[in-house]
Design a protein around this ligand. Structure first.
Ligand code: GLP
Length: 233
């Protein structure tokens, strides 16, 4: 049985409007206190809608999905920098959390992040998807019961994401990511995917078989998933 709702839109811009509408509705019904955030170009129009609005997020705590290991928040490729640029620098939240990829003890950092998530259950988690089907940085092969951990980025991810790094800069090969189980604990998941490059991953969801080779298919085990896409699937 299909467990997810497909919202077909004409463009990423229209998709952002849909996502924004859901957030607004949840806020107005007092159902949004903890919000899971994602990075990537897909999310930029959503954050634009939010920052241009007068919605009040001052009671909302946020958790980001992931962060590269070994680059600081001042590095424009860090997810901390991205979030400040697109959202946190323009909208007030109660508290914002992003894994610290510069932590001296990464294992302890992951455990602490997971503890914080347990104390602050996610009402909504935004998700993008990688071309290889990864969600956050849970690469193909990641176990369904994974929690926040350090992950080795897949070669395909390094290939896609390295375009953002300068010629004289190396993309980190590891990252901290919320695990699949951490993500699945959110009450509601909103996945956004636009453009043909995301078709292969979305089609795995459509096929309806859970396989660790395509982490996106783990969403088939969640009971409240909204997929916003411009693709006919
Ligand atoms: C990165 C992030 C993912 C995100 C993906 C898609 O790999 N770790 O969380 O879903 O990028 O990025 P884009 O939206 O730029 O296609």
């Amino acid at each position: 049985m299909k467990n997810w709702n497909h919202v077909k839109v004409e463009s990423a811009e229209k998709g952002a409007e849909q996502a924004y509408r859901i957030i607004k509705d949840e806020l107005q019904h007092n159902r949004l206190n903890v919000l899971g955030l994602a990075t990537g170009s897909t999310m930029i129009p959503v954050y634009k809608k939010i920052t241009e609005s007068d919605l009040d997020f001052s009671h909302v705590t946020t958790f980001n999905l992931d962060e590269y290991v070994g680059i600081t928040a001042e590095n424009p490729n860090s997810y901390a920098f991205f979030m400040k640029q697109h959202l946190f620098g323009k909208k007030k939240f109660k508290e914002t959390n992003i894994p610290n990829g510069m932590a001296a003890d990464l294992t302890a950092e992951c455990a602490a992040y997971e503890q914080l998530l347990l104390k602050n259950p996610l009402d909504i988690q935004f998700l993008g998807v990688g071309e290889n089907g990864h969600i956050a940085f849970n690469e193909p092969g990641t176990s369904a019961d994974s929690v926040t951990h350090v992950t080795q980025l897949a070669d395909s991810t390094l290939g896609v994401n390295s375009q953002y790094f300068g010629d004289d800069e190396r993309i980190p090969e590891t990252a901290i990511t919320m695990g699949i189980s951490s993500i699945m604990s959110a009450k509601k998941l909103i996945l956004l995917a636009f453009g043909e490059k995301k078709r292969a991953a979305l089609m795995k969801l459509v096929e309806g078989t859970v396989t660790t080779e395509w982490p996106i298919t783990e969403l088939l085990n969640h009971e409240d998933v909204i997929v916003i896409t411009d693709l006919e699937i």
